[in-house]
Design a protein around this ligand. Structure first.
Ligand code: PEP
Ligand code: MN
Length: 338
């Protein structure tokens, strides 16, 4: 439930409400807005309903959250969540450009990509060391060696690393090297994995499942936040539809819907959504216009020789121009870069 405080409520009155709900074993999450303070309360429904919170000094009203997801809902926390990683901010008006190769292939390849991303004003480096491939015969990633190559690229460029964790058995290795833990589309409903990353402190980039509804996606984020990790970044990466002109169908409507329904930041991956490099710029611009807090883009120094997703990757030689256009629109829309 939500406890909405009066405009004139004092900090002491807020503290008293928090103490009262905690007495019955519930948790309170305070959001201080420009005008009013809202306290999101999670706990036993019957016990909470029995509490006379509405009679407490400073309380305006108490409302129930009817959505199946609570902690990630906008009602629970009206203020945008801003995720901070290594000096870069994402969400709440901060826009991030995250880019890099689909998979880490060699120290030279990842460094070349990282330098291009850095020079173009990108904010984070992406790259997979553990790859979720449809075919078991396709390149599966370099694993721990790949993580080390990413860390070397971070060492040189200062760019925080985003990389995918597929299997809880790789948790310690991935946490040793990554700054942001990606949970891929195929693992969006791997509830044990979600709970594991929820118990750890690093931010989680949660991709939307291939055929997940917005509600299922937000419920997946709820699994992470419920364990205590509030730093979740949602990523729309296209969904399966009847349309075959693009690899998936980019659902920008979902971005606008999620911005209303949740306080979590939302970014867009136009590379996996379209599978076509010539569509990456127009759909990035559309993503910015739809309210996205960032983009996640694949770029490779030599796409024709890429071991994974070459056909959809922007060549690094074209990345600066792409980044400039995207950043320009983001700034025009009033976003702060990084
Ligand atoms: C990726 O980002 O490389 C990836 C595999 O993405 P998705 O999980 O969206 O398919
Ligand atoms: Mn890829």
């Amino acid at each position: 439930m939500m406890v909405i405080m009066q405009e004139a409520a004092t900090e002491e009155q807020v503290a008293r409400v928090v103490a009262r709900v905690e007495e019955v074993g519930a948790s309170a999450h305070v959001s201080v807005g420009e005008r009013v303070t809202v306290i999101g309360v999670l706990g036993d429904r019957e016990e909470l309903t029995a509490l006379p919170l509405e009679a407490m000094p400073g309380v305006e009203r108490v409302v129930a959250i009817l959505k199946p997801y609570k902690l990630v809902s906008r009602e629970f926390r009206p203020v945008d969540t801003v995720v901070e990683v290594g000096g870069v901010r994402l969400g709440g008006g901060h826009f991030c450009l995250i880019a890099g190769p689909c998979s880490v292939e060699s120290p030279e390849q990842v460094l070349a990509a990282a330098r291009a991303v850095k020079e173009a004003g990108g904010h984070m480096l992406r790259g997979g060391a553990y790859k979720p491939r449809t075919s078991p015969y396709a390149f599966q990633g370099l694993g721990l060696d790949g993580l080390r190559m990413l860390a070397a690229a971070r060492e040189e460029t200062g760019l925080p690393i985003v990389t995918e964790l597929m299997d809880p058995r790789d948790l310690d290795d991935v946490y040793e090297y990554a700054d942001v833990i990606q949970v891929g589309a195929r693992n969006m409903q791997n509830f044990q994995l979600l709970a594991e990353v929820g118990r750890r402190a690093k931010p989680v980039l949660l991709k939307r499942g291939l055929s997940a509804t917005v509600e299922e996606w937000l419920m997946a984020a709820e699994y992470v936040v419920k364990e205590g990790n509030r730093r979740v970044i949602l990523c729309e990466r296209g969904i399966r539809t009847f349309e075959t002109a693009t690899r998936n169908t980019l659902d920008l409507g979902a971005v606008a819907v999620v911005k209303l329904a949740s306080h979590l930041p939302v970014i867009v991956d136009p590379s996996h959504a379209t599978g076509r490099p010539e569509l990456v710029l127009p759909l990035s611009l559309a993503a910015v216009a739809a309210g996205a807090d960032g983009v996640l883009v694949e770029t490779h120094p030599n796409p024709e020789h890429a071991l994974c997703d070459g056909p959809q990757s922007l060549p690094t030689s074209a990345f600066a121009e792409y980044a400039a256009r995207t950043r320009e629109l983001a700034a025009w829309c009033g976003k702060t870069l990084g």
